[in-house]
Design a protein around this ligand. Structure first.
Ligand code: GYE
Length: 341
């Protein structure tokens, strides 16, 4: 413990002197307890958190949730690494956490594969790994203690079922419906699940035509660029499925720049995912038809899991977070008042 404490202290000292740039090209962000508190690290549960980046409003809310929970006041010492959308930075961050002998590693894996070796190293070091948000495919499920996040395929299915009901209410059953999809980061479980879930519903609707699926990288800029190209390629798009709100914001700009309209009174139905506050405001302005929540507030649930593990308890391997959806027919002002992200 002393070795680890000393190594952490040295790392923190070097990071402070070096102006904060970590050795690994990651952007460090330390929740460092005050000096007197640092005297006895026995008081703290040391957490190494490898976060994907800051690509979306959802991601920032997700980071905020962890930082609001893993504080010195709550008995934690948080080592936070922002991987800036690069898996290699996450791999380096996890190895750094192992070197520092943290008590727990929290990993939000940017893509599903490429984790076996580093997780085997964490297992050999007897450091529990808690996966959050996105999932992984590994040869040995014992490489991680548990996973907390959303059922992405269910989110996709719900979006498809909502569209079925909406088209029925609009009297458009039997009409050919031409759909395009903006997908998130390729091979991320959010992208895989949402695409598969919506496709489950497409495949039972013979009149629905999926014209194209393109990578919008979960960002607003890429979403706008790709949607602009889709509008040039396909003249009569009826529905946009956008796998996160930031891509939706960009797509709406592209739709309106092309002289088209979207939302309940527009000619393109827009269905989005995440349901951040900004998206509900777009819905209030009549630009989004429906939005399927993906709850980023995972901090409290993960802290509860760590407490259970600290008490020697058993935790469920897969733990889904509660989610809902919103559409333009709802009381959006009340929803906005209640939403914290
Ligand atoms: O939908 C998107 C973020 O993994 C569920 O990643 C998360 C996704 C979310 O960039 O906004």
């Amino acid at each position: 413990m002393i070795k680890r404490f000393f190594s952490i202290f040295v790392v923190v000292l070097l990071v402070s002197i070096g102006g904060g740039w970590m050795f690994f090209g990651c952007v460090p962000d330390k929740e460092i307890p005050s000096d007197d508190a640092v005297q006895d690290e026995e008081d703290y549960i040391v957490i190494g958190l490898s976060q994907i980046g800051s690509e979306s409003d959802w991601r920032n809310a997700n980071t905020g949730s962890f930082k609001s929970v893993f504080t010195a006041e709550n008995g934690y010492y948080l080592l936070f690494e922002d991987a800036q959308q690069k898996q290699e930075n996450q791999l380096k961050a996890v190895r750094d956490f192992i070197l520092q002998e943290v008590d727990y590693i929290i990993l939000d894996p940017i893509v599903e594969t490429g984790w076996d070796t580093v997780l085997m190293e964490a297992k050999d070091a007897k450091i529990p790994v808690i996966l959050v948000d996105r999932q992984i495919v590994v040869e040995d499920e014992d490489f991680y203690t548990c996973w907390v996040g959303s059922d992405f395929r269910e989110e996709g299915r719900r979006a498809g079922e909502w569209l079925e009901e909406y088209l029925k209410d609009q009297g458009r059953q039997g009409e050919e419906i031409r759909i395009v999809t903006l997908q998130g980061t390729p091979e991320s479980s959010a992208q895989i699940g949402r695409t598969m879930g919506f496709q489950d519903v497409v495949s039972r609707n013979a009149d629905w035509k999926m014209l194209d699926r393109r990578n919008g990288e979960f960002t607003q800029a890429k979403g706008q660029e790709v949607m602009r190209d889709l509008l040039r390629t396909y003249e009569d798009i009826d529905v946009l499925i956008s796998e996160n709100d930031n891509m939706t914001f960009g797509a709406i700009e592209a739709i309106e720049s092309a002289g088209r309209t979207c939302g309940p009174k527009g000619d393109i139905i827009v269905i989005s995912f995440d349901a951040v506050r900004a998206a509900i405001r777009y819905m209030q302005k009549g630009k989004i038809n429906a939005d399927f929540e993906c709850n980023p507030l995972l901090g409290p649930k993960v802290a509860q899991i760590i407490e259970e593990l600290e008490d020697g308890g058993h935790v469920e391997k897969i733990q889904y977070i509660e989610e809902q959806y919103f559409d333009a027919s709802m009381d959006l002002e009340r929803i906005l008042e209640e939403r914290v992200y």
